[in-house]
Unconditional design. Structure first.
Length: 74
């Protein structure tokens, strides 16, 4: 019998905190904004998160008010 090791980002709160850590280390381009690819690439490729974990983390961080999505100039 093989046991599955738990994923480090299976908990959305833990994954959201990692997103914030990455975002805080990223230089903002203008008005405090950060391009989303500056967050998702390190999370997915450097940290080893899955797309589902990334989506859950992003939803969690937005729901908590830690991050907000901007669709560009109004």
């Amino acid at each position: 019998m093989k046991y599955i090791t738990p994923r480090s980002f299976a908990d959305p709160a833990v994954a959201a905190r990692k997103l914030l850590e990455i975002a805080n280390a990223t230089e903002a381009v203008q008005d405090g904004r950060i391009h989303i690819e500056k967050i998702n690439a390190p999370f997915l490729f450097k940290e080893g998160g899955t797309p589902a974990e990334y989506g859950a983390a992003l939803d969690y961080a937005i729901a908590k008010g830690w991050l907000c999505m901007s669709l560009g100039p109004a």
